[in-house]
Write a protein that binds this ligand. Sequence first.
Ligand SMILES: C[S@@+](CC[C@H](N)C(=O)[O-])C[C@H]1O[C@@H](n2cnc3c(N)ncnc32)[C@H](O)[C@@H]1O
Length: 328
Amino acid sequence: MEDDRDFQAKKITEDLGRPYYQTDLGTAYRATSLRLLKRIPDNSIDLIFTSPPFALTRKKEYGNVSASNYVNWFKPFSKEFKRVLKKEGSLVIDIGSAWNPGTPTKSLYQYKLLIALVNQKFHFCQDFFWYNPAKLPSPAEWVNVRRIRVKDSVNYVWWLSKTDFPKADNRKVLKEYSKSMMDLLENGYKAKLRPSGHDISEKFSKDNSGAIPPNLLQIANTESNSYYLRRCKEEGIKPHPARFPPQFAEFFIKLLTDEGDVILDPFAGSNVTGYVAESLNRLWISIEKIEEYVRGSRFRFEEHKNQAPVEQEKCNDIQNSSLENFLD
Ligand SMILES: C[S@@+](CC[C@H](N)C(=O)[O-])C[C@H]1O[C@@H](n2cnc3c(N)ncnc32)[C@H](O)[C@@H]1O
């Protein structure tokens, strides 16, 4: 099994040039992703899980594409995503909404992206909403100053695939039952027609070992004292400014993959995806264009006992020589 896994990983990464670092299960590249994506073999990836730069009005330090140009910018990436995904694989995109510059109205860019992806023959499996109760109010002008809009607290998550039936199993992401459901399971439920017209049968009170989660994921993004942040501080590295929480990646990785599967994050930032994949015994590949983020992301794996990082000397070597080949 381990030999198979190593062989599979080698096959996928053999044309990608030298990585920035490697762990037992994953490989991190510092590069712009399009050129590397083009070198990944067809039908080799089980899950692409990523949060691309959003079309924000107030730009992040790593640069953002404008809403009006977003779909065109994304198209070459999605073409490669489709090619590298296995038949039963999934593409999951976390994307924030954007306001139209200068007005209290919103852009439709994330929906336009979804439609473009479906037009590219991706199958739209389900939409998810990540509710982050800790999100700060913005844009301040409309929300805090004029008080004419409310806090925007959800990100959109588009789950797409190459067929109508990608690999997925909601039994791997069950939640603890609520108190009322526990009571129901203990005391039973009398089958009847609800006022809504739903016919609730006896099966309703069957114990499924947990509740099936909804497509609204409530996860507060409040990391303030993690190992990653402490190590970035010690080494004088700026932490990534737009990290998603590990529980968010964990949900989709568990739902859509098995141990030994291969997960790719082409806009990896601080590599939460790789970190979670490793802890769940999945193979991973991450690509991030900004060196400081890749350098910082490596700290996440110091907690993993079997890490075998590429030595610093070799990393410098990559930056000076082969990196240019991989910049879009
Ligand atoms: C929203 S952030 C991802 C954050 C990440 N999910 C995390 O939790 O740390 C998007 C990242 O994509 C990177 N990026 C943008 N364009 C890229 C490209 N063409 N190739 C590789 N990385 C790119 C940016 O530098 C940024 O770090």
